[in-house]
Write a protein that binds this ligand. Sequence first.
Ligand SMILES: NC(=O)c1ccc[n+]([C@@H]2O[C@H](COP(=O)([O-])OP(=O)(O)OC[C@H]3O[C@@H](n4cnc5c(N)ncnc54)[C@H](O)[C@@H]3O)[C@@H](O)[C@H]2O)c1
Length: 295
Amino acid sequence: MTEIKGVGVLGCGLMGSGIAQVAAAAGYDTLVRDVSRDIWDRARAGIEKSLAKFVEKGKLTAAQRDAALKRLTFTTTTGDLARCDIVVEAVTEDLELKNALWQELDGRSAPATIFASNTSSLTIAAMAAATRRGDRFVGLHFFNPVPLMPLIEVVRTVTTSEETFRRAFAFAKSLGKEPVAAKDNSGFIVNLLLVPYLLDAIRAVEHGVASVPDIDKAMQLGCGYPMGPLTLLDLVGLDTTYRIAEIMFTEYREQRYAPPPLLKHMVIAGLNGRKSGKGFYDYSVDPPKLVALGI
Ligand SMILES: NC(=O)c1ccc[n+]([C@@H]2O[C@H](COP(=O)([O-])OP(=O)(O)OC[C@H]3O[C@@H](n4cnc5c(N)ncnc54)[C@H](O)[C@@H]3O)[C@@H](O)[C@H]2O)c1
């Protein structure tokens, strides 16, 4: 069994930057690939800010923070990740894009290298089938924000080998996370249940059931959730949620996964949530204020 030393991360948006951070903090040499250095500069600034908070809270020493930052490197060349022992992919939720990257890497990576996707809604089998390493392909589904959320769903397909699954599970634990095993069904465990809830919250806004803040407040105080569904949608990203809903609707043909028109219209308008500055709320001010949606 090859020891995992080098971790590759494809994509450093919301999720990839968090995955890179926890991998580097756990002691892995971590090589990140995205399309431009600007994106990396933004991601790295976010990582530095997050690590600083861990130091402030006494969860990390300044020396551990510095060591973690030193272990992080960046490239715009996918092939550079061929030297990694595990590659975790967190690029945009698009099967064609993901498979093009996997195919580029497959021929170059060492035989023992594990491929892991952080997809929210695609099946791992649909990616594994595009490569010649179906036995060394898993899902590693992290949660947002990655440095704070303890769960990882470890997903095996019908072709994942027992050894790959064990190595991936051990890798998830080595990041200080709590892994659970999930089957390769679209949405795994959490999104299978969470996505219809989030989409229903948007439908409630469309139907004028209550105001956005009141829907959030009701679910927070009534169910004990740490945040309401519309605040959570802003955190996840409305563009990502829209892609996830489309994929899950196509997979299950069930109305509860159908993206509501309001979600689509907000994405078209660039209201993608926190990462774009505005979604249901406007994050340019503190505390965030409600966005007038004109519905
Ligand atoms: N947002 C969430 O809460 C969440 C949670 C769990 C899983 N996911 C999944 O994680 C993945 C990424 O989601 P995200 O929220 O980080 O999205 P994001 O939009 O924040 O980031 C996607 C990144 O992929 C990069 N990218 C695009 N094409 C690329 C390429 N050819 N090579 C390298 N990088 C490329 C983009 O530049 C961007 O930085 C998706 O599969 C999503 O479903 C998201």
